[in-house]
Write a protein that binds this ligand. Structure first.
Ligand code: FAD
Length: 523
């Protein structure tokens, strides 16, 4: 596309360079608030308070001005779920952003909803049942993923698509052999070994195109290329792709799993009222003998409240800087978790451009895959696709995080995504009416070897009156489901503490060999 053509497209840069990332404060200060620069607007979060926490600033905490049964820090899906489960308690819920949802957050363009993060859940998972419990009806995707490779669309990549991959026959055979071998591995039996070695060690004898495909799929789903991925997760996912080729087990809503956090906020707000506070950044959680003191910044004021229990639903790279007195081993475990920077670039077209499949993989491009925002409702009777919004998932390398700090850097990524998208197929060489980029600095923990078996069990240990939710407590992969599972565990632990029990170490070993999607409310 010529520079001239691009000049007429409106680029909107939204969202966060998540708190705690190692950046120059002066750059962060420059992007706070709403700025209009040419055709682009920046509506980013203000991370200055969190960066002060990161830099070791000691806030002089005022005395407690209120008391609560439970304070929940973080209003993503995990914190909101905990608040939902604790409606019979006096709960204070604190969220640093001006909106609820964290990484499961949807936005709208002229009435059409699109995802800025989390996309789909799996049938019969806890998230699936929880969505139903709160009154949502998950809609089936029913579309095995295709890929666009060398200018050709290949439907059902790992099914019939294996015969059509536009590679030399030797590479196609290698794909088939790889799949056969991965399906024959008993992950359950070899779990301990497989969670501790990289997935790439299983790819050495195969065509390089296989590694390229998984180095596209992995970063999008779990933040890491095959060299940084626990083999068990990659192999298990191959087995899941095969299982879902007969019955796709994915469900969603237009705009993805932001539907869950939106619904939770709608249910909880009338109930909690002023005890649900957005734009409130927690800066210190200080456990004492009788209570925990939580200090947070809201509207320029620093406040302290006293709680009988605290649930930290924030990611661990922030949590470990806020909670005082963490045992050294647990602190170190939290520090070991790595997070991928990640953008979602939404291309908004005012006519149908691409509706071939729900999620299409595009190895060798700036983005990894893209999703049709209204896929699950587009065939409903009476529905007319006013805008064809394509959400391009654009995970990045850790060392590229700095690019997100400036509007120019974020715009450049969005422009690269658009350039690559327009080269995919002849019909995609069309100009969108707008391009929105939602940037996040640390949204997805990387499913590295040993994380699930050795790091996460340490990370989630309760600390007398402080309990740890958030998806990065559970694993093996960052999902909305695990965020909900983590909330259930933390609520159970907090309830036991409120009833007078002393918090015990979590003796549950990591589930080896399979991700537990089954719904088991008693765990
Ligand atoms: C691009 C992308 C695509 C994804 N796709 C899928 C998918 O298809 N399916 C799936 O299941 N999962 C997916 N995930 C993962 C899923 O979105 C997350 O696992 C889930 O949303 C995590 O929820 P959480 O509540 O545990 O954490 P978060 O969403 O990180 O919520 C934590 C909250 O804490 C707040 N916070 C941080 N610091 C403070 C502070 N000091 N004080 C107060 N509040 C604070 C944050 O602003 C945030 O709102 C995806 C993630 C991304 C980024």
């Amino acid at each position: 596309m010529s520079a001239n053509r691009r000049d007429f497209i409106k680029f909107v840069v939204v969202g966060a360079v998540t708190a705690g990332c190692p950046v120059d404060l002066s750059l962060v200060a420059a992007q706070g608030g709403e700025t209009h620069l040419g055709g682009a607007s920046v509506d980013g979060e203000d991370n200055q308070v969190c960066h002060q926490v990161r830099d070791g600033k000691v806030f002089s905490r005022p005395p407690a001005s209120g008391k609560h049964d439970v304070v929940i820090v973080g209003g993503g899906v995990s914190g909101l779920t905990a608040a939902y489960r604790l409606q019979h308690r006096d709960v204070l819920l604190l969220e640093k952003e001006p909106h609820w949802g964290g990484n499961a957050y949807a936005m709208e363009y002229d009435g059409s909803t699109y995802a800025t993060g989390s996309a789909f859940l799996e049938v019969n998972s806890e998230a699936f049942h929880f969505a139903k419990e709160i009154g949502l009806d998950p809609l089936p995707v029913y579309s095995p993923d295709g890929s666009i490779i060398n200018g050709e669309f290949v439907p059902d990549t790992w099914g019939d698509g294996l015969n059509k991959l536009p590679y030399p026959p030797i590479a196609r055979d290698s794909f088939k052999k790889f799949k056969k071998e991965m399906l024959s591995i008993d992950v359950e039996k070899r779990g301990t070994e497989l969670y501790n070695v990289p997935f790439s060690s299983f790819m050495k004898l195969y065509a390089p195109e296989i590694k390229q495909w998984w180095d596209t799929f992995g970063p999008s789903n779990w933040g890491a290329t095959s060299a940084d991925t626990a083999a068990a997760l990659g192999i298990y996912t191959m087995q899941e792709i095969e299982a879902s080729s007969t019955a796709d087990n994915r469900y969603t809503w237009p705009g993805g799993l932001g539907a869950i956090t939106k619904k939770l906020a709608e249910i909880l707000q009338p109930h909690y009222g002023e005890r649900m506070v957005t734009s409130a950044t927690t800066v210190a959680v200080v456990p004492g003998k009788e209570d925990v003191q939580v200090s947070y910044m809201a509207g320029g004021d620093l406040k302290t409240v006293s709680a009988k229990a605290v649930i930290m639903a924030t990611p661990k790279f922030i949590t470990r800087r806020i909670v005082e007195g963490l045992p050294e081993k647990q602190n170190r475990a939290m520090q070991q978790i790595r997070y991928a920077p990640y953008c979602v670039v939404n291309l908004i077209f005012n006519k149908p451009v691409y509706n071939k499949g729900y999620d299409t993989w595009c190895p060798g491009n700036t983005f990894t895959d893209f999703i049709v925002a209204d896929w699950v409702i587009r065939k409903k009777s009476g529905y007319q696709q006013k805008y064809n919004i394509l959400s391009c998932y654009t995970p990045m390398k850790e060392e590229e995080r700095g690019l997100l700090l400036t509007e120019a850097g974020a715009r450049q990524i969005a422009a690269n995504v658009l350039r690559d998208f327009q080269k995919l197929l002849p019909e995609t060489n069309v100009d969108p009416v707008e391009v929105h980029i939602y940037r996040r600095g640390h949204p997805m923990y990387m499913s590295t070897p040993r994380l699930y078996t050795q790091v996460q069990p340490l990370v989630r240990q309760p600390m007398d009156r402080v309990f740890f939710a958030n998806t990065d407590s559970e694993g093996p992969e960052s999902t909305t489901n695990e965020a909900i599972v983590a909330a259930r565990r933390a609520v159970r632990q907090a309830e036991a503490r409120l009833a007078g029990a002393v918090a015990k170490a979590d003796s549950r070993a990591a589930t080896i060999g399979s991700r537990e999607y089954g719904y088991n409310a008693s765990v």
